[in-house]
Write a protein that binds this ligand. Structure first.
Ligand SMILES: [Zn+2]
Length: 106
């Protein structure tokens, strides 16, 4: 399972993780050695995140990521080559328009 997606605010690649408290936390998809959140993928494909501590430092199977709220920059221009999130990719049908067109044809 791929949990990677684009942030609707800034278009960057992000990952949904689940914290130890069971809350969802959005982090940057790319690991960052300066990050403060340890992330690993569990057996079901869920990304788990936690704060490393002196007692529980980053383990070999974990990677440091930055919480996306720290890097989200919605005001800046979208990264080159990445379509604006509001625009549907080529080949993807607008279902609202489709339903409108086919209504009453049953
Ligand atoms: Zn963002």
């Amino acid at each position: 399972m791929r949990a990677a997606m684009r942030c609707p605010q800034c278009g960057r690649a992000v990952l949904w993780t689940v914290t130890e408290a069971g809350k969802r936390l959005l982090v940057d998809a790319d690991p960052d050695p300066d990050g403060n959140t340890a992330v690993y993928q569990d057996g079901t494909g869920t990304y788990r995140s936690r704060r490393p501590s002196a007692d529980l430092p980053v383990m070999g199977w974990e990677r440091l990521h930055k919480p996306h709220v720290a890097t989200c920059t919605p005001a800046t221009r979208p990264a080159p080559g990445r379509p604006a999130p509001a625009v549907l990719p080529a080949g993807v049908a607008d279902l609202t328009a489709y339903r409108r067109k086919t209504r009453g044809r049953s």
